[in-house]
Write a protein that binds this ligand. Structure first.
Ligand code: PLP
Length: 381
Protein backbone atom coordinates (compact mmCIF):
# COMPACT_ATOMS: atom_id res chain seq x y z
CA UNK A 1 0.00 0.00 0.00
CA UNK A 2 0.97 3.63 -0.52
CA UNK A 3 0.02 5.84 2.42
CA UNK A 4 -0.48 9.50 1.51
CA UNK A 5 -2.53 10.83 4.42
CA UNK A 6 0.07 11.76 7.02
CA UNK A 7 -1.93 14.86 8.01
CA UNK A 8 -4.69 12.58 9.28
CA UNK A 9 -2.52 10.08 11.15
CA UNK A 10 1.22 9.44 11.17
CA UNK A 11 3.12 6.33 12.19
CA UNK A 12 5.11 6.85 15.38
CA UNK A 13 8.86 7.04 14.75
CA UNK A 14 10.52 3.87 16.16
CA UNK A 15 12.94 6.07 18.14
CA UNK A 16 9.94 7.72 19.78
CA UNK A 17 8.59 4.35 20.83
CA UNK A 18 12.00 3.34 22.26
CA UNK A 19 12.18 6.52 24.31
CA UNK A 20 8.60 6.52 25.57
CA UNK A 21 7.73 2.83 26.08
CA UNK A 22 9.59 2.43 29.41
CA UNK A 23 7.26 5.11 30.82
CA UNK A 24 4.34 2.74 30.32
CA UNK A 25 6.09 -0.16 32.03
CA UNK A 26 9.04 0.05 34.41
CA UNK A 27 9.40 3.86 34.76
CA UNK A 28 5.90 4.56 36.00
CA UNK A 29 5.28 7.28 38.56
CA UNK A 30 3.03 10.28 39.12
CA UNK A 31 5.03 13.49 38.60
CA UNK A 32 3.22 15.09 41.53
CA UNK A 33 4.62 12.48 43.98
CA UNK A 34 7.74 13.32 45.96
CA UNK A 35 9.28 9.84 46.06
CA UNK A 36 11.81 8.58 43.54
CA UNK A 37 9.38 7.34 40.87
CA UNK A 38 7.54 10.67 40.93
CA UNK A 39 10.76 12.65 40.61
CA UNK A 40 11.88 10.50 37.69
CA UNK A 41 8.57 11.15 35.93
CA UNK A 42 8.79 14.87 36.67
CA UNK A 43 12.28 15.15 35.27
CA UNK A 44 11.28 13.22 32.11
CA UNK A 45 8.46 15.70 31.59
CA UNK A 46 10.75 18.69 32.05
CA UNK A 47 13.25 17.24 29.57
CA UNK A 48 10.46 16.78 27.01
CA UNK A 49 9.25 20.32 27.66
CA UNK A 50 12.75 21.56 26.89
CA UNK A 51 12.84 19.66 23.62
CA UNK A 52 9.52 21.06 22.45
CA UNK A 53 10.66 24.56 23.49
CA UNK A 54 13.87 24.10 21.47
CA UNK A 55 11.99 23.09 18.32
CA UNK A 56 10.18 26.44 18.21
CA UNK A 57 12.91 28.52 19.91
CA UNK A 58 10.71 29.39 22.89
CA UNK A 59 12.47 31.76 25.29
CA UNK A 60 11.55 29.73 28.37
CA UNK A 61 10.78 25.98 28.72
CA UNK A 62 7.96 26.92 31.12
CA UNK A 63 6.17 28.63 28.25
CA UNK A 64 5.20 25.15 26.97
CA UNK A 65 2.18 23.38 28.47
CA UNK A 66 1.20 19.87 27.46
CA UNK A 67 -2.40 19.18 26.44
CA UNK A 68 -4.36 16.26 24.98
CA UNK A 69 -3.79 17.45 21.41
CA UNK A 70 -4.14 20.28 18.94
CA UNK A 71 -7.89 20.57 19.51
CA UNK A 72 -7.43 21.25 23.21
CA UNK A 73 -4.53 23.64 22.58
CA UNK A 74 -6.70 25.60 20.15
CA UNK A 75 -9.55 25.71 22.65
CA UNK A 76 -7.31 27.07 25.40
CA UNK A 77 -5.74 29.58 23.03
CA UNK A 78 -9.07 30.94 21.77
CA UNK A 79 -11.36 30.54 24.74
CA UNK A 80 -8.84 30.89 27.59
CA UNK A 81 -7.25 34.00 26.10
CA UNK A 82 -10.56 35.65 25.18
CA UNK A 83 -12.09 35.10 28.61
CA UNK A 84 -8.97 36.15 30.54
CA UNK A 85 -8.68 39.39 28.55
CA UNK A 86 -12.36 40.24 28.46
CA UNK A 87 -11.74 43.66 30.00
CA UNK A 88 -9.80 44.83 26.96
CA UNK A 89 -12.68 43.98 24.64
CA UNK A 90 -15.18 41.32 23.65
CA UNK A 91 -13.86 40.64 20.16
CA UNK A 92 -11.97 37.77 18.58
CA UNK A 93 -10.76 37.29 15.02
CA UNK A 94 -9.73 34.28 12.96
CA UNK A 95 -9.01 33.56 9.31
CA UNK A 96 -11.68 31.86 7.22
CA UNK A 97 -9.41 28.80 6.75
CA UNK A 98 -8.85 27.93 10.41
CA UNK A 99 -9.34 24.38 11.60
CA UNK A 100 -12.77 23.67 13.07
CA UNK A 101 -11.16 23.43 16.55
CA UNK A 102 -10.45 27.18 16.31
CA UNK A 103 -13.69 28.15 14.59
CA UNK A 104 -16.04 26.29 16.94
CA UNK A 105 -14.73 27.72 20.24
CA UNK A 106 -14.83 31.16 18.58
CA UNK A 107 -18.46 30.59 17.56
CA UNK A 108 -19.26 29.39 21.06
CA UNK A 109 -17.88 32.64 22.50
CA UNK A 110 -20.46 34.50 20.45
CA UNK A 111 -23.07 33.09 22.85
CA UNK A 112 -21.28 35.01 25.63
CA UNK A 113 -21.50 38.23 23.66
CA UNK A 114 -18.17 38.17 21.82
CA UNK A 115 -18.01 39.48 18.28
CA UNK A 116 -16.25 36.99 15.97
CA UNK A 117 -14.60 38.62 12.96
CA UNK A 118 -13.38 36.52 10.03
CA UNK A 119 -10.30 37.44 8.08
CA UNK A 120 -10.57 36.56 4.37
CA UNK A 121 -7.91 34.85 2.27
CA UNK A 122 -7.11 35.15 -1.44
CA UNK A 123 -7.62 32.45 -4.09
CA UNK A 124 -4.39 30.72 -3.03
CA UNK A 125 -5.32 30.78 0.65
CA UNK A 126 -3.04 33.62 1.75
CA UNK A 127 -4.50 35.86 4.49
CA UNK A 128 -5.53 39.27 3.15
CA UNK A 129 -3.26 41.61 5.14
CA UNK A 130 -5.22 44.71 4.20
CA UNK A 131 -8.44 43.16 5.47
CA UNK A 132 -6.65 42.01 8.63
CA UNK A 133 -5.46 45.57 9.12
CA UNK A 134 -9.04 46.80 9.05
CA UNK A 135 -10.49 44.01 11.20
CA UNK A 136 -8.15 43.74 14.20
CA UNK A 137 -8.66 46.54 16.73
CA UNK A 138 -7.39 47.16 20.28
CA UNK A 139 -10.61 45.41 21.43
CA UNK A 140 -9.67 42.15 19.67
CA UNK A 141 -8.57 39.93 22.56
CA UNK A 142 -7.00 37.28 20.32
CA UNK A 143 -6.47 36.81 16.59
CA UNK A 144 -5.99 33.26 15.31
CA UNK A 145 -4.23 32.39 12.05
CA UNK A 146 -3.11 28.94 10.95
CA UNK A 147 0.64 28.64 10.20
CA UNK A 148 -0.03 26.44 7.20
CA UNK A 149 -3.39 25.06 6.19
CA UNK A 150 -3.99 21.32 6.42
CA UNK A 151 -6.24 21.11 3.34
CA UNK A 152 -4.43 23.34 0.85
CA UNK A 153 -0.91 23.49 2.31
CA UNK A 154 -0.55 27.28 2.01
CA UNK A 155 1.98 28.81 4.41
CA UNK A 156 0.86 32.16 5.85
CA UNK A 157 2.99 35.31 6.22
CA UNK A 158 3.05 35.01 10.02
CA UNK A 159 5.64 37.74 10.81
CA UNK A 160 3.62 40.32 8.82
CA UNK A 161 0.40 39.19 10.49
CA UNK A 162 2.06 39.43 13.91
CA UNK A 163 3.22 42.97 13.09
CA UNK A 164 -0.35 44.10 12.40
CA UNK A 165 -1.83 42.38 15.47
CA UNK A 166 0.91 43.76 17.75
CA UNK A 167 0.37 47.29 16.39
CA UNK A 168 -2.98 47.08 18.19
CA UNK A 169 -1.26 45.69 21.28
CA UNK A 170 -3.14 42.39 20.99
CA UNK A 171 -2.30 38.67 21.01
CA UNK A 172 -1.68 36.42 18.00
CA UNK A 173 -2.43 32.70 18.24
CA UNK A 174 -1.01 30.44 15.51
CA UNK A 175 -2.11 26.85 14.88
CA UNK A 176 1.09 25.12 13.75
CA UNK A 177 -0.29 21.57 13.80
CA UNK A 178 0.75 20.80 10.22
CA UNK A 179 3.70 23.18 9.90
CA UNK A 180 5.75 22.20 12.95
CA UNK A 181 8.57 19.81 12.13
CA UNK A 182 8.11 20.55 8.39
CA UNK A 183 9.28 24.15 8.17
CA UNK A 184 11.38 26.09 10.69
CA UNK A 185 9.23 27.85 13.29
CA UNK A 186 10.73 30.43 15.63
CA UNK A 187 8.13 31.97 17.91
CA UNK A 188 10.44 34.88 18.79
CA UNK A 189 11.39 35.71 15.19
CA UNK A 190 7.81 35.19 13.98
CA UNK A 191 6.23 37.26 16.77
CA UNK A 192 3.88 34.53 17.99
CA UNK A 193 2.14 34.85 21.37
CA UNK A 194 0.44 31.44 21.44
CA UNK A 195 1.29 28.41 19.30
CA UNK A 196 -0.56 25.11 18.95
CA UNK A 197 1.40 21.89 18.38
CA UNK A 198 0.23 18.30 17.83
CA UNK A 199 2.26 15.31 19.06
CA UNK A 200 1.22 12.97 16.27
CA UNK A 201 1.95 15.48 13.51
CA UNK A 202 5.54 15.63 14.77
CA UNK A 203 5.88 11.85 14.61
CA UNK A 204 4.88 11.25 18.23
CA UNK A 205 1.83 9.47 19.67
CA UNK A 206 -1.80 10.51 19.37
CA UNK A 207 -3.52 12.08 22.36
CA UNK A 208 -0.78 14.55 23.18
CA UNK A 209 -0.23 18.14 22.12
CA UNK A 210 1.28 21.34 23.42
CA UNK A 211 0.52 25.02 23.65
CA UNK A 212 3.26 27.63 23.72
CA UNK A 213 2.24 30.69 25.73
CA UNK A 214 4.69 33.59 25.53
CA UNK A 215 5.75 34.70 29.02
CA UNK A 216 3.51 37.58 30.09
CA UNK A 217 0.48 36.58 28.01
CA UNK A 218 -2.61 36.59 30.24
CA UNK A 219 -4.25 33.19 30.05
CA UNK A 220 -6.90 31.26 31.95
CA UNK A 221 -7.68 27.56 32.10
CA UNK A 222 -10.43 25.84 30.17
CA UNK A 223 -10.18 22.63 32.24
CA UNK A 224 -10.10 22.94 36.05
CA UNK A 225 -8.74 20.48 38.59
CA UNK A 226 -5.54 19.64 40.43
CA UNK A 227 -3.44 22.47 39.03
CA UNK A 228 -0.97 20.58 36.81
CA UNK A 229 0.72 22.41 33.90
CA UNK A 230 0.84 25.72 35.79
CA UNK A 231 -2.86 25.41 36.56
CA UNK A 232 -3.65 25.96 32.89
CA UNK A 233 -4.31 22.33 32.11
CA UNK A 234 -5.23 20.23 35.11
CA UNK A 235 -5.17 16.45 35.04
CA UNK A 236 -2.49 13.83 35.66
CA UNK A 237 0.13 14.20 32.96
CA UNK A 238 0.20 11.79 30.00
CA UNK A 239 3.75 10.65 30.75
CA UNK A 240 4.09 8.29 27.77
CA UNK A 241 2.68 10.89 25.40
CA UNK A 242 4.80 13.73 26.75
CA UNK A 243 8.07 11.79 26.58
CA UNK A 244 7.10 10.61 23.08
CA UNK A 245 6.30 14.13 21.94
CA UNK A 246 9.58 15.42 23.35
CA UNK A 247 11.56 12.78 21.45
CA UNK A 248 9.52 13.47 18.30
CA UNK A 249 10.33 17.18 18.62
CA UNK A 250 14.04 16.40 19.00
CA UNK A 251 14.01 14.15 15.92
CA UNK A 252 11.97 16.67 13.91
CA UNK A 253 14.48 19.41 14.73
CA UNK A 254 17.42 17.23 13.69
CA UNK A 255 15.91 15.69 10.54
CA UNK A 256 13.66 18.47 9.27
CA UNK A 257 15.96 20.06 6.72
CA UNK A 258 16.93 16.87 4.89
CA UNK A 259 13.57 15.15 5.11
CA UNK A 260 11.62 18.24 4.03
CA UNK A 261 13.89 18.68 1.01
CA UNK A 262 13.39 15.01 0.06
CA UNK A 263 9.61 15.23 0.42
CA UNK A 264 9.44 18.53 -1.49
CA UNK A 265 11.08 16.77 -4.45
CA UNK A 266 8.43 14.04 -4.42
CA UNK A 267 5.68 16.63 -3.92
CA UNK A 268 6.82 18.66 -6.91
CA UNK A 269 6.96 15.62 -9.20
CA UNK A 270 3.52 14.51 -7.98
CA UNK A 271 2.02 17.94 -8.62
CA UNK A 272 3.60 18.19 -12.05
CA UNK A 273 2.30 14.76 -13.10
CA UNK A 274 -1.20 15.00 -11.58
CA UNK A 275 -1.76 18.30 -13.35
CA UNK A 276 -1.43 16.49 -16.70
CA UNK A 277 -4.80 14.85 -15.93
CA UNK A 278 -7.70 16.48 -17.75
CA UNK A 279 -9.36 19.25 -15.70
CA UNK A 280 -7.11 18.74 -12.68
CA UNK A 281 -6.15 21.83 -10.69
CA UNK A 282 -3.79 22.55 -7.82
CA UNK A 283 -5.42 24.00 -4.70
CA UNK A 284 -3.45 26.32 -2.45
CA UNK A 285 -0.25 28.19 -3.20
CA UNK A 286 2.10 26.82 -5.91
CA UNK A 287 5.26 27.90 -4.04
CA UNK A 288 4.43 28.99 -0.49
CA UNK A 289 3.24 25.55 0.56
CA UNK A 290 4.22 22.84 3.02
CA UNK A 291 7.01 20.61 1.66
CA UNK A 292 5.02 17.39 2.16
CA UNK A 293 1.68 18.68 0.90
CA UNK A 294 0.05 18.32 -2.53
CA UNK A 295 -3.64 19.12 -2.98
CA UNK A 296 -5.85 19.05 -6.04
CA UNK A 297 -9.36 19.27 -7.30
CA UNK A 298 -10.88 17.48 -10.26
CA UNK A 299 -13.96 18.86 -11.88
CA UNK A 300 -17.16 16.80 -12.15
CA UNK A 301 -16.30 14.19 -9.50
CA UNK A 302 -16.74 13.70 -5.76
CA UNK A 303 -13.87 13.56 -3.28
CA UNK A 304 -15.37 10.62 -1.38
CA UNK A 305 -15.55 8.56 -4.58
CA UNK A 306 -11.91 9.45 -5.36
CA UNK A 307 -10.89 8.28 -1.89
CA UNK A 308 -12.73 4.96 -2.22
CA UNK A 309 -11.48 4.31 -5.76
CA UNK A 310 -7.86 5.14 -4.86
CA UNK A 311 -8.16 2.80 -1.88
CA UNK A 312 -8.92 -0.04 -4.30
CA UNK A 313 -5.58 0.67 -5.99
CA UNK A 314 -3.95 0.38 -2.54
CA UNK A 315 -3.47 4.12 -2.10
CA UNK A 316 -4.69 6.16 0.88
CA UNK A 317 -5.44 9.82 0.10
CA UNK A 318 -7.55 12.44 1.86
CA UNK A 319 -10.44 14.49 0.63
CA UNK A 320 -11.28 17.59 2.65
CA UNK A 321 -10.35 17.49 6.29
CA UNK A 322 -10.49 14.06 7.94
CA UNK A 323 -12.17 15.74 10.87
CA UNK A 324 -15.07 17.22 8.88
CA UNK A 325 -15.47 14.98 5.84
CA UNK A 326 -18.00 12.81 7.65
CA UNK A 327 -20.51 15.67 7.49
CA UNK A 328 -20.29 15.57 3.66
CA UNK A 329 -20.46 19.36 3.59
CA UNK A 330 -18.21 21.18 1.15
CA UNK A 331 -14.94 22.11 2.81
CA UNK A 332 -15.10 25.59 4.35
CA UNK A 333 -11.46 26.05 3.31
CA UNK A 334 -12.15 25.41 -0.38
CA UNK A 335 -15.19 27.70 -0.26
CA UNK A 336 -13.04 30.37 1.43
CA UNK A 337 -10.58 30.37 -1.48
CA UNK A 338 -13.50 31.11 -3.77
CA UNK A 339 -14.45 27.72 -5.20
CA UNK A 340 -18.07 27.00 -5.97
CA UNK A 341 -19.77 24.17 -4.00
CA UNK A 342 -19.55 21.68 -6.86
CA UNK A 343 -15.87 22.52 -7.38
CA UNK A 344 -15.11 22.19 -3.66
CA UNK A 345 -16.40 18.61 -3.59
CA UNK A 346 -13.84 17.07 -5.96
CA UNK A 347 -10.73 17.40 -3.85
CA UNK A 348 -7.82 15.03 -3.30
CA UNK A 349 -5.07 15.69 -0.79
CA UNK A 350 -1.74 13.87 -0.50
CA UNK A 351 0.41 14.47 2.56
CA UNK A 352 3.76 12.71 2.38
CA UNK A 353 5.89 11.08 5.04
CA UNK A 354 8.87 8.82 5.66
CA UNK A 355 7.52 5.78 3.81
CA UNK A 356 7.00 7.69 0.56
CA UNK A 357 9.44 7.56 -2.34
CA UNK A 358 9.85 9.06 -5.79
CA UNK A 359 9.22 5.57 -7.26
CA UNK A 360 5.64 5.66 -5.96
CA UNK A 361 4.74 8.78 -7.95
CA UNK A 362 3.94 7.06 -11.29
CA UNK A 363 1.73 4.49 -9.52
CA UNK A 364 -0.21 7.24 -7.75
CA UNK A 365 -0.59 9.27 -10.93
CA UNK A 366 -1.74 6.26 -12.99
CA UNK A 367 -4.29 5.34 -10.32
CA UNK A 368 -5.55 8.92 -10.14
CA UNK A 369 -5.82 9.17 -13.93
CA UNK A 370 -7.79 5.92 -14.15
CA UNK A 371 -9.96 6.90 -11.18
CA UNK A 372 -10.85 10.27 -12.64
CA UNK A 373 -11.64 8.76 -16.03
CA UNK A 374 -13.84 6.02 -14.57
CA UNK A 375 -15.71 8.31 -12.19
CA UNK A 376 -16.36 10.91 -14.88
CA UNK A 377 -17.82 8.23 -17.12
CA UNK A 378 -20.50 7.43 -14.53
CA UNK A 379 -21.06 10.88 -13.00
CA UNK A 380 -24.46 12.56 -13.27
CA UNK A 381 -22.70 15.95 -12.90
N1 PLP B 1 -5.48 22.02 13.75
C1 PLP B 1 -5.17 21.60 12.51
C2 PLP B 1 -4.58 22.57 11.54
C3 PLP B 1 -5.40 20.26 12.15
O1 PLP B 1 -5.11 19.85 10.90
C4 PLP B 1 -5.96 19.38 13.11
C5 PLP B 1 -6.25 17.96 12.76
O2 PLP B 1 -5.76 17.36 11.87
C6 PLP B 1 -6.24 19.87 14.39
C7 PLP B 1 -5.99 21.19 14.66
C8 PLP B 1 -6.84 18.98 15.45
O3 PLP B 1 -5.97 17.99 15.82
P1 PLP B 1 -6.44 16.84 16.83
O4 PLP B 1 -7.65 16.20 16.21
O5 PLP B 1 -5.27 15.94 16.88
O6 PLP B 1 -6.74 17.46 18.14
Amino acid sequence: RIYLDHAAAMPVDPRVLDAALPYLTEKVGNPSSLYNEGLTAKSAIEEARGRVADLINAEDTQSIIFTSGATESNNIAVRGTALRNIRTGKKIAASTIEHISVINPAKDLQKSGFAFDRIPVDAMGVVDLEALNGIVTPETAVTSVIYANNEIGTVEPIPEIAGIVHDRGRYLHVDATDAAGRIPIDVQRDGIDLLTLSGNQLGGPEGIGALYIRPGVREQPVIFGGGQERGLRSGTENLFGIVGMGEAARIAGADMQGESRRLAGIRDRLIERILTIDEAYLTGHPVKRLPHHASFRFSRIEGESIQLAMDMYGIAVATGSACTSRTLEASHVLLAIGLRHEEAHGSMIATLGRSNTMEQVPMVVDAARETVKRLRAITPL
